[in-house]
Design a protein around this ligand. Structure first.
Ligand code: UT7
Length: 326
């Protein structure tokens, strides 16, 4: 059967580092509090000249190089992002043009921090149907642009980065073997950005009321996220007749180390088989799983034949998992 295989992964993070010590000078917080509650030490923040598509482009170029492909080989671009350069055109359009891809389709998918798995699954399905042979999947964010740097509950967590993966059609067992995507709007008010859309278009009042920033009820998100991670991981493994013992590496969305630890404890997966880089990047939304995958490969933690599980959750709520035979 035709499977979508990841043949190249790239990532890019802005150069500017914002440490917990820097944040101590901006809001009432401490390095100790941030590290103990979230596992984050530092994060990257885009400078004024960088928008989401700039980060996405760098990650995409690296992924294509590693796949030994040129932009003309790409047939479709699927981007997960919550922070596009503008409403439209999409980041997909901008990246397509700047890469120089010809005769391709592109789309942005908004699934908040689950945009990584949503974009990967979208690309996977285009490949599995036989319609396209090579799809470029990207997760890219400049979450700092929707972060209220006077709100200590969110500004210590959110950050900027991009990651990309090239999918190619292959016959055989290797590649994406299964996925699940979920959505539950019941939790919409736990994590959202109130203004800037058709409900509350930008006005002087919405700006004054700081409605163009992400709002979060952190501890409630925490509880639901742990359950979602654990449930979706267990369901995809059992449906495929495998157990946690078969999983070589779990690459979760990097939102908070405590969420990851609590979820894998429920599932029964030891931390040695979980990839974590939230300490250096913070929560980079739709980029995080791609960035973590890129680092896991570079660290030699993903080998041919390995069973790799990806999972992400985010505002909406939207969440999901992807199971890969590497
Ligand atoms: O992709 C999905 C994105 N979102 C998430 O993954 C977030 C999930 N939630 C979390 O990561 C955690 O809930 C947080 C890290 C946001 C907060 O940790 P917590 O253990 O749930 O703390 P809390 O919200 O219950 O707050 C405890 C205390 C509060 O003070 P009081 O009311 O007990 O006096 C907060 O006001 O900590 C206070 N607090 C802070 N203190 C120092 C909140 N933020 C900070 C801060 N520095 N940055």
């Amino acid at each position: 059967m035709t499977r979508a295989r990841i043949i190249g992964v790239g990532s890019y993070a802005p150069k500017r580092i914002l440490t917990n010590a820097d944040l101590e000078k901006m809001v009432e917080t401490s390095d100790e509090w941030i590290f103990q509650r979230s596992g984050i030490r530092e994060r990257r923040i885009a400078d004024e000249s960088e928008a989401t598509s700039d980060l996405a482009l760098r990650a995409a170029q690296q992924a294509l190089e590693r796949a030994n492909l040129v932009p003309e080989d790409v047939e479709f671009i699927a981007v997960g992002t919550t922070t596009p350069d503008m409403f439209f055109p999409t980041v997909g359009n901008i990246v397509q043009h700047r890469l120089g891809c010809k005769n391709v389709g592109s789309v942005d998918l908004l699934a908040a921090c689950a945009g990584s798995v949503y974009s990967l699954v979208f690309g996977c399905q285009l490949v599995q149907t036989g319609k396209y042979r090579r799809v470029l999947c990207i997760g890219a964010e400049t979450l700092s642009r929707i972060t209220d740097f006077t709100d200590r509950g969110t500004c210590v967590l959110l950050a900027d980065a991009a990651g990309a993966a090239v999918l190619e059609a292959h016959d055989g067992d290797r590649g994406i073997i299964d996925f699940d995507l979920y959505s539950d709007g019941r939790y919409a008010d736990l994590l959202y950005m109130p203004a800037g859309g058709s409900r509350h278009p930008a006005t002087r009042e919405t700006v004054d009321a700081r409605m163009h920033y992400a709002k979060m009820k952190g501890s409630e998100v925490f509880k639901v996220a742990v359950r979602m991670f654990a449930d979706c991981a267990e369901r995809i493994l059992s449906r495929n007749g495998v157990t946690v013992a078969d999983v070589s590496l779990f690459i979760p969305h990097q939102a908070n180390l405590r969420i990851i630890e609590a979820a894998v404890k429920r599932v029964g997966l030891p931390m040695e088989r979980v990839f974590v880089n939230v300490d250096r990047y913070g929560n980079t939304g739709a980029a995080s799983v791609y960035v973590a995958l890129e680092e896991a490969i570079a660290a030699g933690r993903v080998r041919p034949g390995d069973l790799v599980l990806l999972a992400a959750f985010g505002g909406g709520f939207a969440w999901g998992a992807v199971l890969i035979r590497w």
